[in-house]
Design a protein around this ligand. Sequence first.
Ligand code: ACO
Length: 326
Amino acid sequence: MIRARIIGTGSYVPDRVLTNREIEKKVDTSDSWIVERTGIKERRIAADTQAASDLAYEAALSALKKARLKAKDLDLIIVATVTGDMPFPSTACLLQAKLGAKNAAAFDLGAACSGFIYGLHVASGMIRSGMHQRVLVVGAEVLSRFTDWQDRSTCILFGDGAGAVILEPTREKHGIWSTHIYSDGNLADLIMLPGGGSHAACSRETILKKLHHIKMKGNETFRVAVRTLEELAEDTLAKNDLDPAKLSLLIPHQANLRIIQATAKRLGLPMDKVFLNIQKYGNTSAASVPIALDEAVAEDRIKGGDYVLLEAFGGGLTWASALIRW
Ligand code: ACO
């Protein structure tokens, strides 16, 4: 049986750190409220000269280096993003050019915060079917450009960054055991960026109405996220016939510490088996899971043979999970 296996991970976050204390000066909020309600202490903000493909490029280079591959070895590039450089060409094509990955096909995938795991699902299927051999999957976001810095309920949450993995086929037991993707478009209005597309193309009116900023019904989203992610985690383990006690590490989407704690509690998982970096980066949407995965690898939190569960939830609504035998 052929599976997809991760052979390299990489990540990149911009240098600029934006602390809660700095946000206190922009809107009516406090460091203690933000930490207590979300777990976030600071986030990274891209430089004016950096677009999503620039962040993706740094993460991809790092993943290629660890996989000991050259860009020309890639035959597919998938970039998960909702804050790409421009509507077209795709950020994946811009990344392909920057990398010099001339033998790859490249496309973007939009599933908001679940985008990276959606990308793993597609890449894993391509590899299992034999259609592609060496696939780069990147999650890259510059959410700070679409954040309403006057809206205290959202501007505290988001940050910029990118994470990447490289996959290849394996006949071993190690690799991606299963991926699961879901969506519910009936709940599209819970998180959206309404302007800029064909629904509300950029105009003076859309700018005045702030349609080019992220809108979120936070509390409703929170309640759906807790319920959905708890069920998703349990269901993914059950589908793999794996007892939660055997799980070595849960790498959740870093949107809110309380959501993550609820999932861990439902699985009976101690928090030392949950990877957290939300305090440093906030919610980086599609970049969140691959940045966390790369940091978990770098910190030696994952060893050969470990079972690792990835899960995410975001706009769409979308949600997704992956079970990996490392
Ligand atoms: N500082 C101080 N007070 C605030 C702030 C703030 N930054 N933001 C909101 N408040 C106030 C509200 O105005 C409200 O006040 P009121 O009671 O006087 O009306 C009160 O705090 C409670 O507001 P809630 O929205 O109910 O607060 P909640 O506990 O739900 O926390 C949060 C808000 C952090 C946004 C939370 O709902 C959340 O994390 N939601 C889920 C986010 C998520 O998972 N998103 C999915 C992925 S995002 C993507 O796909 C791009």
